[in-house]
Design a protein around this ligand. Sequence first.
Ligand code: NAD
Length: 735
Amino acid sequence: MTAYETFKFSVDSDGIATAVFDVPGRSMNTLTATVLKEITLIAERIGADPAIKGAVITSGKTSGFCAGADLGEMGENAGGDARLSEQERLQRAFDSAYGFNKVLRGLETCGKPIAAAINGLALGGGLEVTLACHYRVVSDSPKIQLGLPESKIGLLPGGGGTQRLPRLIGAQKALELINAGNPVSPQEAVKIGIVHATAAPGTEVSTAKDWIRAKGDPVQPWDKKDYKVPGGTPHSPGGAGVFTIGNALLRKNSYGNYPAQKFIMSCVYEGLQVPMDAALRIESRYFAKLLMHPAAKNMIRSMFLSMQELGKGARRPAGQPPSDARKVTVIGAGMMGAGIAYVQAMAGIETVLIDTTIEAAEKGKAYSAALLVKQVERGKMAKEKADAVLALIKPTTDYADVKGSDLVVEAVFENREIKAAVTKLAEAELSPGAIFGSNTSTLPITGLAEASRRPENFIGIHFFSPVDKMGLVELILGKKTAPRAVAVAIDYVKKIRKTPIVVNDSRGFYTSRCFGTYVAEGQEMLAEGIAPAIVDNVGRMTGMPRGPLELADDVALDLAYKVREQTKKDLGSAYVAGPSDALIEALVVKHGRLGRKNAKGFYDYPANKGPKTLWPGLSDLVAIEVTEADPAAVEELKKRFLYRQAVEAARCVAEGVVTDPRDGDVGAILGWGFAPWTGGPISLIDTVGLAKFVEECDRMAQAYGPRFAPPQLLRDMAARGETLYGNWKAAPKAA
Ligand code: NAD
């Protein structure tokens, strides 16, 4: 019997073949060129061999069925070979995408019934392989995810997903799933109609064989004469609404920033009107076009490759032995400390939670208890497991409990003296090798480390709120922080399943500093007389999750005021006042408008939790002159928002705060929601081109103020025709 490299093939006494998908040397199956070639060979063999009645495809990996395409390869191919013409690049991308479609079309038309026995996660191309099978049964495990997540990284399902899924479950539901990219559980998949049945784990293959023996239909529904698209085709009365309303909704939610979602709509709309073979060509054409789009290349790089690399510890200093934080003390059981204790306990870390009173410490623990109860109620966690997690948290006021901790995370009030005091108290109990991390959001680490007896073991471990939802942790190196502290902190961040970035010390570090520019730019616009509704709407149109004014309200206006006053004091004559300084001062000092926390900020927040409305008094503080913005004016405002943040990121690179563009891009997207379609501010600058970016920043500095002035480094690099990623790849720098 012919052997395959990526499948184990056998035929049982009933004439049913089993192809066990098992790419050698890999922990997870992905769709390599060899896999695709072998699927074709197997389909041809099943079709041609009269002794084979049908076949089951399953996985030999415990990690899953198949995770889809190799995104490393895809990222390399995105944008195409620069030496080729645009037409040639498109043609190559089309040939490759259509090649995959032909493989799967060959499988579903081989003439014999093919069943997928899905015994682990099937995502992207992995699920598409199963959609090309005539029957799908999935192991009934809540750990399994099925989905087409391509749009999350700026792509579309290019293995027939945009054609088979709507033909199975209707355009509306398919578009919802493909555009959101969120996976579903086996139970949901059956309910929606993506798979035919669930089976007890371990019985998927026998269930699949039962189907082949009992029914074994070798023709897909869409290849049958009487086939009708569920919910109707795009021109039927039912189907038409999906696209008119769907396009409007898409525009409302994404502001047209994501070409992938637009193309997905087109694939489904056009594809459903023609037979499958033509439909797959349509999909491949859109896929190729997308792969050449800068948004796809940037999103694949930042949202997948870089995130994965950082998550695996790409920034871990070389030569440091592995560490494992088993016991970690959290000092300060407030909003942040309570969240940190929860994620630690969830990762199995013995957690000491210290506050000034036992009530405060217990309140911090109660936060975890509430989250765990919710998980148990939703059936996501067994009661015993929840109890065990909660038991890992010890609330206390006694520093003797710190003894034996591998790491301390300090999250007390943002006050230098209090932080210094708790550093000393904890260090008195710590073993010499233990690491001390501060969750400060603004105080420079080098200064805080002065309170430490061992500043080499002192590091910034900056979490984001809410801690259990936010995936990023920004690690900040003080002047004396040693590589071992970085390694231990990275190992800890990995253990609590978050993504670490590593930056050098600076006022506001990287993320707070750049995020602040977005909020500040919105206030500058308002102070210039641009209507606040325009300011917030345009902010969202850039792809930021919220408008700058509503964000300022969330963060608290008095905090912004205090930070500015402190900055003014620290910088002295170097401080450049902006037009919004007076506005914030008037809001906070004169009108007592502190933001969402006292229900009065740029917006009024009704007591009944109804929708917020802009505070009418704003027009007494600023003369609103711009109440309508034409498309060109909107583009200029969008550019101000994006470039203002990007130029700050570039300054962080120039000052050595950010030393790795992956930190810059991933930190921006995960940390403050920087427009994901750009791939992050560093990708944005490279995509615009340094020369053009510098030219635009110079123009905006003239028009709006020196805050837009590009750093000298960008000018020099632009003059040399360099890119930020290109330079870093040529000579990566250590943090
Ligand atoms: P918080 O006011 O909610 O909590 C602070 C906690 O520290 C309180 O429970 C307080 O009782 C306790 N505390 C004060 N003095 C203490 C002492 N001497 N010993 C032990 N406990 C003491 O504040 P928070 O929002 O959780 O912020 C804590 C830290 O995290 C600050 O440094 C802040 O800048 C930083 N941070 C906050 C956010 C955020 O979004 N809130 C985000 C990132 C970082």
